[in-house]
Structures are given as structure tokens and as C-alpha cells.
Design a binder for this molecule. Structure first.
Ligand code: AP5
Length: 218
């Protein structure tokens, strides 16, 4: 199955993608994660990416498309994938469509996670990630067993550079300006399935599972 998760920052795309990836046995491909890994390498490209991401603005389309196409060439994506955070602009969606067509592939579904602004701000300003393994927590919604320490690997929990309130508000604005148009784009293609990103993690996961079972995809 080839699946795209579409939604504003903080909709819970990464959180749901991790569970779905296990349930559907296909890789979770997050452009944000790919770029954060590149930033850690401290190469010229990594430093360029850090500049965009820290400001909460989008990485240029050509860099993004190249990174995604490289990732999709890997063997584990041959049987399907969950894209989280891509495409994020209409030009990215158009180039992605072209790439799929050339490879004789098509998307099966785009899940749009509609989420309220106040919930987004609360989730992102309270998000903590493990500096070692990248596991995702929230100070009140999904707290670790021991404050500041990752349950999975014992790593130190940190706040993402782009999760300050000011940058979160900027990311929401950019989402509305540059990404939200993809809702109609995929609706017109008959691929869109809308769910509420406001739901709690488990409830939303149940809704998605029920949907996949109903569609015969799980
Ligand atoms: P990226 O990492 O993709 O950030 P984002 O899209 O802004 O999404 P987030 O990771 O913030 O949110 P999410 O929806 O995945 O929520 P999560 O599950 O983590 O991109 C970062 C940057 O990279 C961009 O700003 C841009 O610069 C660049 N970039 C990436 N892709 C690009 C592209 N295609 N084009 C151009 N530039 C690109 O959850 C958030 C928090 O809420 C967590 O704490 C979690 O524990 C909690 N939570 C999750 N779900 C729930 C729930 N249902 N109930 C309660 N709490 C929840």
C-alpha cells in the first residue's frame, strides 16, 4: 500500500505513522526525520537544511524531491510506504505524481488529519524527543515513565529547535499558505480520507484501523 499522511504540524502524523508502519508492514518515511538526520551529519547540505528548519520555513522543493526519490529507491519501499510530511506543496505533489507514473505506480490513499490550532500549539510546545533514538513524547499527553528520560533507551529527552511557540505559529501559517491546498488536490483525485487529528492517540489509531479493515487493506 502507498499511503500519504497529510495534516498540519502536530496533527500526529509521525505518531500514527509509526503504529501503522508496524500494522501494515511497510516503512514509515518522514521527510522531517530524513532532514534531521542530515543536519546531524553537519555537512554543507545539513547546515543549509538546519537554516530552513530552525526558522520553521519549508526546504526548497528540489532538495525535498531528491531526498524522497532516493529513499523510495531502497528495497524496503518496493512493497509500499507511508509518507509523513511529503508532499507539502503543489509543485512537490505534481513532481511526485510524475515520478509514480513513470515507475508504473500510484497512490492508494491520502489520510488528511484535520486538527485544531489550539491543540497543535499545546502538542508541539509540549513535545519532547529522545536525543539518542528519536522516540517521541509529550510532557502531559504521552509522558515518559521518568521525567526527561527516554523509556526505550534511557537517552536524554530534548525539545526540537522548531517547537517554540513562535516557530510553531509560523509553521502553522506556512502550512495554511503552502500545504493546505493539497487537501482539494487529493480530494479531486478521489484519494482523500478525512479523520480528526484532535482525537487521542489510541482513539485515532482505532479509527484508522477500522477504516483500513473496511477498505480491505488490513
Ligand atoms: P516535520 O518533522 O515533518 O514536522 P511537521 O510536519 O511540522 O510535523 P511534526 O513532526 O511537528 O508533527 P506530526 O504531525 O508528525 O506530529 P507528532 O506525531 O510528532 O518537518 C520539520 C521541518 O522539515 C519543516 O518545518 C520543514 O522545514 C522541513 N520539511 C519536512 N518535510 C518537508 C517538505 N516535504 N517540504 C519542505 N520542507 C519540509 O506529534 C506531535 C506531538 O503531539 C508529540 O509530542 C506527540 O507525542 C503528541 N501527539 C501526537 N498525536 C497525539 C494525539 N492524538 N493526542 C495527543 N497527543 C498527541
Amino acid at each position: 500500500m502507498r499511503l500519504v499522511l497529510l495534516g498540519p504540524p502536530g496533527a500526529g502524523k509521525g505518531t500514527q505513522a509509526k503504529v501503522l508502519s508496524q500494522d501494515l508492514n511497510i516503512p514509515h518515511i518522514s521527510t522531517g526525520d530524513i532532514f534531521r538526520d542530515t543536519v546531524k551529519e553537519n555537512t554543507p547540505l545539513g547546515r543549509e537544511l538546519a537554516g530552513y528548519m530552525q526558522k520553521g520555513v519549508l526546504v526548497p522543493d528540489d532538495i525535498v524531491n531528491r531526498a524522497v526519490f532516493e529513499r523510495l529507491k531502497k528495497e524496503d519501499a518496493s512493497g509500499g510506504f507511508i509518507l509523513d510530511g511529503y508532499p507539502r506543496t503543489k509543485p512537490q505533489a505534481a513532481v511526485f505524481d510524475e515520478m509514480l507514473k513513470k515507475s508504473g505506480m500510484s497512490l492508494d490513499i491520502v489520510i488528511y488529519m484535520e486538527t485544531s490550532k489550539n491543540i497543535i500549539v499545546k502538542r508541539l510546545t509540549g513535545r519532547r524527543i529522545c536525543s539518542k533514538c528519536g522516540a517521541n513524547y509529550h510532557i502531559t499527553n504521552i509522558p515518559p515513565k521518568k521525567e526527561g528520560v527516554c523509556d526505550a533507551c534511557g537517552g536524554k529527552l530534548i525539545q526540537r529547535d522548531d517547537d517554540s511557540e513562535q516557530t510553531v505559529l509560523k509553521r502553522i501559517k506556512i502550512y495554511n499558505e503552502q500545504t493546505a491546498g493539497l487537501i482539494d488536490y487529493y480530494q479531486d483525485k478521489g484519494l482523500l480520507c478525512k479523520v480528526s487529528g484532535d482525537l487521542e492517540v489510541d482513539k485515532l489509531n482505532r479509527v484508522l484501523n477500522e477504516f483500513f479493515v473496511k477498505e480491505g487493506l488490513l
